[in-house]
Design a binder for this molecule. Structure first.
Ligand code: THU
Length: 126
């Protein structure tokens, strides 16, 4: 499962639109429905409009009708944790035990495993 998810995120990263940062990110969410939902970062000349790969994958999944998830893989030039905004967005739909795999585009770099609760222990709720 981990390998399949990381491979999907790695492929998504190759489709990133990142002409400003040159930092291509891919994300892959495994839904409770068994489907994999991918996203990549999409940048804009108006920098504030840039969308992270993680939120792109999450919103893609929600638009496809999936709202519960088992795991997330993120691939970037170096293993990178999701930004704060993406952590809060993930917390809206994912429980604290969500498995998160952090990988580099280079498959020789070891994959790190963490959990949403480790990265974001106290999400905002209302
Ligand atoms: N980026 C992501 O895709 N995910 C994150 O969690 C942090 C940053 C993207 C946004 C931007 O396109 C590029 O990486 C550099 O910040």
């Amino acid at each position: 499962m981990q390998e399949r998810l990381v491979a999907a995120a790695r492929e998504a990263a190759t489709r990133a639109y990142a002409p400003y940062s040159h930092f291509s990110v891919g994300a892959a969410l495994l839904g409770e429905d068994g489907q994999i939902y991918v996203g990549c970062n999409v940048e804009n000349a108006s920098y504030g409009l840039c969308l992270c790969a993680e939120r792109n994958a999450l919103f893609h999944a929600v638009a496809c009708g999936c709202r519960t998830f088992r795991a997330l893989a993120i691939v970037a030039p170096k293993p990178s944790t999701p930004c704060g905004a993406c952590r809060q967005a993930l917390a809206e739909f994912c429980g604290p035990t969500l498995d998160i795999f952090l990988a580099a585009q280079d498959p020789a770099v070891p994959v790190t495993r963490t959990f949403l609760a480790d990265l974001f222990p106290n999400p905002f709720t209302c």
